[in-house]
Design a protein around this ligand. Structure first.
Ligand code: CP
Length: 327
């Protein structure tokens, strides 16, 4: 039971193993088979920042494996507000759970919590730093989408667009993709919201091509994947500062048709900001066959089931403890 704190802890073979286990979870997520492999286990789902899909899909994934979920969703209702440290909180909560999933607004907070924890801790987002399970489900989706086009992750062209400074999903995803070979990254953002230099440097060191630009139109040309992100208002000092950047980079049907090569996969970690002043990914693309955003969210359950099964070392027992379901 190791923690999952950063994608930097993975080798390419680990990623492939997670994807293989995620594939094997498909019958259980679709209720063709049922397993109680985690019967009696308790997952502490601790979310100190808003979340829809990460919190619920981690919870569903644990339930689908037969375990129970205890939710902590309000930082104001916890004793952290009385000055208790993350370290003490980690030691205490790990006495009540078999595994903990945690999101918190500070970079490094989940690692600090994990230091004291006696059970595995999965990072569900630590401020602007990392979001490892999102990167895994994103790359799993990329692999599937490219496979249906007879393409591979090696050699792909991916554009990442928007708030690359604060977007933890693009930080984790680019680090994860860097384990593959000869990828071309086109990083499209306002200069002030560029990808952290350390990440760009690392991509180049590993032999990938990186182009950074503020020009979305030229950046959109000739990609296999375009990955949009929201302006992360919660990471700015004030709303007016975030307003400066909102709405600068938008994708809609007309821009897609004009600049993207046909079949370019459209991704977004979600939530997309659908307010008129932002609207980075327009609803007029909702029926587009290359829009993969809801395949990403569906795949999130499989990947999170795989993380639980691997971390709690029950992969071998899943099939043995399963039965067919006839609804
Ligand atoms: N992608 C993602 O992390 O979404 P939530 O914030 O809704 O969990």
């Amino acid at each position: 039971g190791a923690h999952v704190l950063s994608v930097s802890q993975f080798e390419r073979s680990d990623v492939e193993r997670i994807f293989e286990v995620a594939d094997s979870m498909r019958p259980y997520a679709h209720r063709e088979r049922m397993t109680k492999v985690l019967d009696g286990a308790i997952m502490g789902n601790m979310f100190f920042e808003p979340s829809t899909r990460t919190r619920v899909s981690f919870g569903c994934a644990f339930n689908l494996l037969g375990g129970e979920v205890r939710e902590t969703t309000d930082i104001k209702a916890s004793s952290l507000t009385k000055g208790e440290s993350l370290y003490d909180t980690g030691r205490v909560m790990s006495g009540y759970s078999d595994i903990i999933v945690m999101r918190h607004p500070q970079a490094g907070s989940v690692a600090e919590f994990a230091k004291a924890s006696r059970v595995p801790v999965l990072n569900a987002g630590d401020g602007p730093n990392e979001h490892p399970s999102q990167a895994l489900l994103d790359l799993y989706t990329i692999k599937k989408e490219l496979k249906s086009r007879q393409q591979n992750i090696d050699g792909m062209h991916i554009a990442m667009i928007g708030d690359l400074k604060h977007g933890r999903t693009v930080h984790s995803l680019s680090r994860l993709v860097s384990l593959y070979s000869k990828v071309k990254f086109t990083l499209i953002s306002p200069r002030e919201l560029a990808m952290p230099e350390a990440i760009v440097e690392d991509l180049r060191t590993r032999g990938h091509q990186v182009v950074e630009t503020e020009d979305m139109e030229s950046g959109l040309i000739s990609n296999d994947i375009v990955y949009l992100t929201r302006i992360q208002e919660e990471r700015f000092a004030s709303k007016p500062e975030a307003d400066l950047y909102r709405g600068r980079f938008r994708l809609n049907q007309s821009i897609y048709t004009q600049y993207c090569q046909p079949n370019t996969v459209i991704m977004h970690p979600l939530p997309r900001d659908s307010r008129e002043e932002a609207n980075e990914l327009d609803n007029d693309l909702n029926q587009h066959p290359s829009l993969a955003i809801f395949r990403q969210t569906d795949n999130g359950v499989l990947v999170r089931m795989a993380l639980f099964a691997l971390t709690l070392d029950v992969c071998e027992q899943v099939d043995k403890s399963s039965r067919e379901v006839n609804w």
